[in-house]
Write a protein that binds this ligand. Sequence first.
Ligand code: ADP
Ligand code: MG
Length: 336
Amino acid sequence: MSQTEFQIIQQHFADSDAAFSRPEIVRGIGDDAAMLQIGAEQILSFSMDVLVADVHFPATADPELIANRALAVNLSDLAAVGADPLCFTLGLTLPLVNEHWLAAFSEGLVPLARQFNCPLVGGDISRGPLNIAIQVQGQGEAAIGRDGARDGDLIYVTGCLGDAVLALASFGLDTHLGEEFRIDSAALSDQDRAYLHEAYYRPQPRLEFGRQLLAVASAAIDISDGLLGDLGHICNASAVGAELELSALPLSDCLAAKLPEDLQQQAALLGGDDYELCVTVAADKAAELESIADGLGLRLSRIGRIRDGYGIDCRDRQGQLREFDAAAYQHFGDAE
Ligand code: ADP
Ligand code: MG
């Protein structure tokens, strides 16, 4: 068994001599974004995601959509810490120079950059396998970590879960949920197809919600690897456990109609690529959290509760514990 990506990060980077501290660093490795104190009142947050062809997107996908998605997933990490975007840098390796591809790719960066006032300020480019690294910078007077969840806090999630992995299956691609996780794409309506395509390529970074969470949430994370894995990061960082109600998981009509119940739950818990926010909040602040989401017209679902202890228990309508074997998406750590 090789190391998981989290063991690699811990052993070779977080615990390495390179990751020493200095006073400005409020938070180093281990959260959605690193945080630095700049002056007395501002925290600078920054986060980087690397997207690799045929791992994070089909290499033949529309370059405009790839660019949009690459920026969206990075902005989502800023949303998770409640930062206001400032700017981004772009590292690109390309197998060959294709003018049309590059023109469409650069167009694809524009809508989100404009929408969130987050311009491109630098980067690097080289020949190599198609690979996109974006680093976003953001700022705020405070930032939300993964380590503030406490016994009794309520757990909420924005939007719907599971659509992105259903989208991958609908494109005819293998997913990490295995053989059983299939969908007959010929049976999808044009409307379903369009819905899933948007869910995968145009995730909506929840930046405004994230910013307003600062005063309310005890912890937050964006869902990139799947709810169980990402809520697991909150639990580990906060040294708590959690209880989830399976019947409360927010599912789109499309997902609910296309999959049997056990696969719906697998998609929502383990699918990943949702880029929704999972938030914990003290019970006496729950009404405030719900009214923030209402004000933004954002779907927000209460899905469980933080408890002392370890691990995440998933209960069905009858209160029975259900086990989910497959792990959240991991780049390394498969049996060799
Ligand atoms: P996210 O899913 O929010 O992007 P990751 O799971 O990729 O977060 O990373 C977890 C933490 O590990 C983050 O704080 C990230 O900055 C850090 N990290 C990931 N890869 C490296 C690396 N190669 N060197 C240093 N830190 C890393
Ligand atoms: Mg994240």
